[in-house]
Design a protein around this ligand. Structure first.
Ligand code: FMN
Length: 324
């Protein structure tokens, strides 16, 4: 990555993790990311924006944070109804989820499951692009079962004015495991004029730099698990300092406080925080003992004891063994 063209890094949507509370606290502590893609919600025609989506995307929950809402849909009417509501709320772009690999989502022909129905996908895209002036970006996998599906899918995408095509170069059957299929991303770089964004296994600044060298025409990068693990990844890519244990602790403490204010009782707060330790524990050497206390904690008091022990007793490493 040259200093003339600093890479733009965005936060991938992570359902259950990067909701509005997390996004706000992260942006306050580690400013400078390009965008935060909100975890998906699934609109229906009758309820274009209810429940989780409504709270997560409410403008006063997202003030000053550059957020792109994400929709999981395979019916144009439902997509367009939600797009209208989001436009009225002030959003300038929506993202279509064509990547979710979960069994229940795929069984409904949504997320990565929509990729198994190229003709229906084509018709859906024709419909939505002709009926809204809201910018639409797409986050996609490269197929369901076989990488040979990718050229035909890409040929469909190329017919539409997609604001940005975010590619996670894995198949649905890969879920989040196994090597990223970089050949498929290279194919898109070679055969597609749409603005492209790369997503997948950007866990360290080094990994980002290597990929940026490999794909010099790409200027937008998206990280999910790597940014949870290292919330300072964006800063480091801009030439800034690596994450310190004090910063991680302060980020952690502010998140606990922010969740306490919006969730009722210890239990849901603990649920949110325990999930994060799946990622953060990799910064510590021999974290097993305190980590067990964290995982078993039933109250915030017990939880804090575990966290205190971890920061006190286990040496911190900027970059641990990073695979998830
Ligand atoms: C816990 C979890 C939740 C996710 N939720 C979403 C989601 O709501 N929408 C989406 O497009 N992708 C979702 N993803 C996929 C990520 O956005 C991303 O594509 C994937 O983790 C690969 O990027 P990474 O290697 O940088 O993490 C999720 C992934 C994980 C692990």
């Amino acid at each position: 990555m040259t200093t003339q063209t600093l890479p733009r890094l965005s936060f991938a949507p992570l359902e259950g993790i990067t909701g509005w509370v997390f996004r706000q606290v992260h942006q306050r502590r580690f400013p400078g990311l390009d965008r935060y893609y909100a975890p998906f919600f699934a609109p229906t025609t009758d309820s274009p924006l209810t429940g989780r989506g409504l709270s997560d995307l409410q403008p006063d929950h997202n003030q000053g944070v550059p957020v792109v809402p994400q929709l999981l849909a395979n019916q144009a009417e439902a997509f367009l109804a939600a797009a209208r509501v989001l436009q009225d709320l002030g959003y300038a772009e929506v993202n279509l989820n064509l990547g979710c690999p979960s069994g229940t989502v795929v069984a409904k022909g949504k997320g990565a499951g929509f990729l198994a129905h190229p003709q229906a996908l084509d018709a859906f895209l024709a419909d939505i692009f002709s009926r809204t002036d809201l910018a639409i970006s797409i986050k996609t996998r490269i197929g369901v079962e076989d990488a040979a599906e990718w050229p035909a899918l890409l040929a469909i995408f190329r017919r539409y004015p997609i604001r940005e095509l975010i590619i996670h170069p894995r198949l649905r059957r890969d879920f989040y495991r196994g090597p990223v299929r970089q050949g498929a991303f290279q194919y898109a770089v070679d055969h597609c004029d749409l603005p492209l964004c790369y997503n997948g296994d950007l866990f360290t600044p080094q990994a980002c730099r290597e990929l940026a060298a490999q794909f010099p025409s790409v200027s937008h990068w998206m990280a999910g698990r790597g940014l949870v693990y290292n919330p300072a990844l964006g800063r480091q890519l801009q030439g800034g300092e690596p994450l310190t244990p004090e910063e991680l602790r302060a980020f952690h403490d502010q998140l606990v406080e922010a969740y306490r204010q919006v969730l009722s009782g210890d239990r849901p707060v603990l649920g949110k925080m325990k999930e994060l330790w799946f990622y953060w524990s990799r910064h510590f050497l021999q974290p097993e003992g305190p980590l067990k206390r964290i995982r078993k904690a039933k109250t915030l008091l017990e939880y804090r004891d575990g966290v205190n022990a971890l920061f006190r007793d286990c040496p911190f490493q900027e970059e641990g063994p990073v695979t998830f």
